[in-house]
Design a binder for this molecule. Structure first.
Ligand code: NAD
Length: 264
């Protein structure tokens, strides 16, 4: 894109990611925060979150302010805002994870008329990790046991993380497997020996961990560990803002961070 700053609507300005988006977006000359939409009763509604911009609960007013919005909220908000954005053909950048079928359907409907960039993780490093993990899985057969361990802060709601599921999908795709058949996201009690080809994912929760993911490939007598550690939410915010700039003016459809980074 060329020209002046791209106007962006931020959802959930009171949240962890919303605050990171405001911090990363304010003061940039290629982005202008044009509106901020929060849920009723959220902290700070009515307060100024960017120059001349007050956090609001009015969906239509917030969406009218910009050609693209960034959503790091919760599945119900993703659904409501995507539905409202469809009439206006507003582009969406969606980082919310743990989406239900309703939210997925609302995003699919929006993607018929506008570009929708969705990614479980907007960091450059994790998107590189996805490629590395896929390459490892392609090179190794299913006799190498694949397991993912993810760590997040104590307030994260969904498990395993969207990124862990993305890594599991990348492994399954590289090995020609269906994750719905081979994914194993909990073990307790007498679970028996590990079936060959299973792809496990384990969620650890505690403290203020921004996000860590390790993909293990266990062979006989050796193992590989590929790890990404996020230490600052700013990486997701910068990735999402980059995606917002990239999305404006694209044809309708679903895109992910690999499209934005030109890594396809
Ligand atoms: P959070 O709970 O700190 O913030 C959520 C925000 O959404 C709050 O401001 C809340 O008021 C707002 N919200 C809730 N319902 C709303 C509604 N109906 N309308 C408008 N706003 C509403 O959560 P967080 O840690 O910022 O994470 C938010 C989401 O982003 C989670 O799903 C998390 O997994 C995901 N996430 C994704 C990435 C990524 O790179 N894709 C990175 C970090 C977090």
């Amino acid at each position: 894109m060329s020209g002046g700053p791209v106007a962006v609507t931020i959802l959930g300005p009171s949240g962890r990611m919303g605050r990171a988006l405001l911090a990363a977006g304010n003061g940039r000359d290629d982005i202008r925060i044009a509106a901020a939409l929060d849920r009723t009763n959220a902290v700070g509604v009515g307060e100024e979150v960017a120059p001349g911009v007050r956090s609001t609960t009015l969906i239509d007013a917030a969406l009218a302010a910009a050609p693209v919005y960034i959503d790091f909220t919760a599945p119900a908000a993703t659904t409501a805002v995507a539905r409202a954005a469809r009439d206006r053909r507003i582009a969406a950048v969606v980082g919310t994870t743990g989406l239900d079928a309703e939210a997925e359907a609302a995003l699919a409907a929006l993607a018929e008329v506008a570009p929708v960039v969705g990614a479980p993780n907007f960091s450059v490093g994790v998107n590189l990790l996805l490629g590395l993990v896929g390459a490892a899985a392609r090179a190794l057969d299913t006799s190498w046991d694949a397991e993912i361990v993810e760590l997040h802060h104590r307030n994260k709601r969904d498990a395993p993380s969207g990124t862990a599921l993305g890594l599991a999908r990348a492994i399954a795709a590289a090995r020609g497997q269906d994750l719905a058949e081979v994914g194993r996201f909990a073990r307790q009690g007498d679970v028996g020996a590990r079936p060959t080809g299973e792809i496990g994912a384990v969620a650890v929760r505690g403290g203020d961990v921004v996000g860590e993911h390790t993909a293990y490939f266990f062979g006989a007598g050796e193992r590989i560990e590929l790890t990404h550690r996020a230490t600052d939410r700013a990486i997701f915010a910068h990735g999402a803002l980059r995606a917002a700039r990239w999305a404006v003016g694209r044809p309708p459809g679903r895109y992910d961070m690999l499209d934005v980074l030109g890594m396809r």
